[in-house]
Write a protein that binds this ligand. Structure first.
Ligand SMILES: [Zn+2]
Length: 101
């Protein structure tokens, strides 16, 4: 669940139509849902849940990297430099999504 954006088919609470929604994640937590039909955006206050989730992600990172290394070492070696370079920006984006108001 690393992708910060996902598409889901939901019923909108604003226009009441079943439509595609863009779902924004911070880590493993949904922080925002936007209807692609009417543009209505629902932001969720995830400040309390974010730091415990971040802690769990940090603790489980070595195991997840090992799992990826064993499953596909070449793919990991190809993607690792880019992921390491962009990680600070991705973390800043996550924190901005959590604490903006
Ligand atoms: Zn809508």
């Amino acid at each position: 669940m690393n992708a910060p954006l996902r598409q889901s088919h939901l019923r909108c609470i604003n226009c009441s139509l079943p439509s595609e929604h863009v779902v924004v994640y911070v880590g493993r937590i949904v922080s925002e849902v936007q209807c692609t039909n009417c543009g209505a955006r629902t932001r969720l206050d995830v400040r309390e849940e974010y730091l415990p989730d971040l802690g769990e992600r940090i603790k489980s990172k070595p195991k997840r990297v090992w799992r990826r290394l064993l499953a596909s070492p070449l793919a990991l070696m190809r993607s690792l430099p880019g992921h390491l370079l962009t990680k600070p920006l991705r973390m800043l984006r996550e924190m901005w999504l959590v604490w903006r108001r």
